[in-house]
Design a protein around this ligand. Structure first.
Ligand SMILES: Cc1cc2nc3c(=O)[nH]c(=O)nc-3n(C[C@H](O)[C@H](O)[C@H](O)COP(=O)(O)O)c2cc1C
Length: 374
């Protein structure tokens, strides 16, 4: 156990007892509502990569993920407060020591670049990780260097137990001429590991603040060539003939995200930058509900090769899959796919390249709903 984890452990638990792990500090005197209709919004944030508490080595900071989610939902611009010199250590212990010293000196570290012209914004979301119960000192540099008078400021933080840590009150003190709104606190591990929950917390917070969300066109999967299907035989020997890319080996690596047995056959050389596999599902086999995440592009393309199966996205009717049908599944759509209960099924699966891509595996497709399918 690392020394600072112990320090935080007791500090965090004390904080939990005192204030609870809640989405905002209920005792905060900050204003609870605002009405924003036409104004443009900005998200200002500070966040670190490297080794972080509870999440290991991360390549995108916890607060950065929340900041991007706010920007996605509101259409706000983003400004990252980045230190002029990257003095912050990548190891967690060293970073906590460094930050403690900065805090006791009331340091005002410089940041790179200039914030966008604040005249263009009425609402500014401001977020950072909680560092020793406070805003990181570099954020005070931002508060002091920029004229935030008259703006509505919506504070948010990621933390590992201390909650909002009075970010709202401290922000109000640093920016007395601004109107500080109710804050949002999300644990860093939630931001890093559970995008769905982060999305929901941000959405609820924006609703509470009555902040208008951007109208993002609904993403939906596109199923093509559905008319080009032929009758598919039930017989495994016929299926094997039709399954020209081959069944391949039992899929043990992802077995925990499937009900029943599935098989994987890579159909490109190992050094091909775009991995492509033929996935075969035994009758009744299907994968769990899942989401392909990406901040840009990403998603998956299914090209049905043999047998018969199903594709379903949340809240929609299942779509029948047969050879020749293709399904383009954009990122962020909750869905599952697999065989029919009495048919073998194969599709080629291609993960579409994108930015910050990851897979989130969710609950299995329950027997009751699956067995109702023809
Ligand atoms: C220097 C430092 C001090 C921290 N102090 C606290 C704290 O007082 N309370 C808390 O709940 N979490 C604390 N944490 C945990 C971070 O707030 C949390 O891991 C956060 O999500 C990191 O976000 P980031 O990846 O955006 O930098 C601290 C982490 C560091 C590195």
């Amino acid at each position: 156990m690392k020394k600072n984890h112990n320090v935080f452990g007791s500090l965090f638990s004390a904080a939990i007892v005192l204030i609870g792990v809640v989405a905002c500090n209920a005792s905060a005197k900050a204003e609870e509502t605002s009405t924003v209709s036409k104004s443009r919004t900005l998200v200002v944030f500070f966040s670190r990569t490297g080794e972080q508490y509870n999440v290991g080595n991360i390549t995108k900071g916890n607060t950065a993920l929340v900041a991007e989610e706010i920007a996605n939902q509101t259409g706000a611009d983003l400004f990252e407060v980045k230190p002029k010199e990257d003095v912050y250590p990548k190891s967690y212990d060293a970073l906590t020591d460094y930050a403690k010293k900065e805090q006791s000196k009331k340091a005002r570290p410089e940041y790179v670049g200039k914030a966008p012209d604040l005249k263009n914004y009425d609402v500014v979301f401001i977020g950072a990780p909680v560092w020793w119960g406070d805003w990181p000192m570099i954020m005070y540099s931002f508060f002091e260097k920029n004229d935030l008078a008259g703006k509505q400021l919506a504070p948010f933080c990621t933390h590992e137990g201390s909650g909002l840590s009075a970010f709202d009150k401290k922000l109000q003190k640093a920016c007395p001429k601004s109107k500080v709104l109710k804050g949002l606190a999300i644990t860093g591990s939630t931001a890093q590991k559970d995008r769905q929950k982060t999305k929901e917390s941000v959405s609820k917070w924006l609703d509470d603040l009555k902040i208008k969300k951007a109208t993002v066109p609904e993403k939906k999967a596109v199923v093509q060539n559905a008319a080009a299907v032929k009758n598919v035989s039930n017989d495994k020997t016929d299926f094997d003939k039709e399954n020209v890319f081959g069944q391949g080996a039992l899929n043990t690596e992802y077995a925990k995200y499937f009900i029943g047995n599935s098989y994987l056959k890579s159909i490109v050389p190992q050094d091909c930058p775009l991995p492509v596999a033929n996935v075969t599902f035994e009758p009744g086999c299907r994968n769990n509900w899942h989401i392909h995440h990406a901040s840009k592009d990403g998603g998956q393309l299914l090209i049905c090769t043999a047998g018969e199966g199903w594709y379903q996205e949340e809240g929609k009717d299942p779509v029948e899959l047969k050879p020749g049908v293709t399904v383009y599944i954009p990122a962020e759509i909750k869905h599952w796919h697999g065989a029919k209960k009495d048919k073998w099924f194969s599709h080629i699966a291609i993960s579409i390249p994108g930015e910050d891509v990851s897979n989130e595996w969710l609950e299995p497709v329950d027997d009751e709903s699956y067995n109702k399918l023809p």
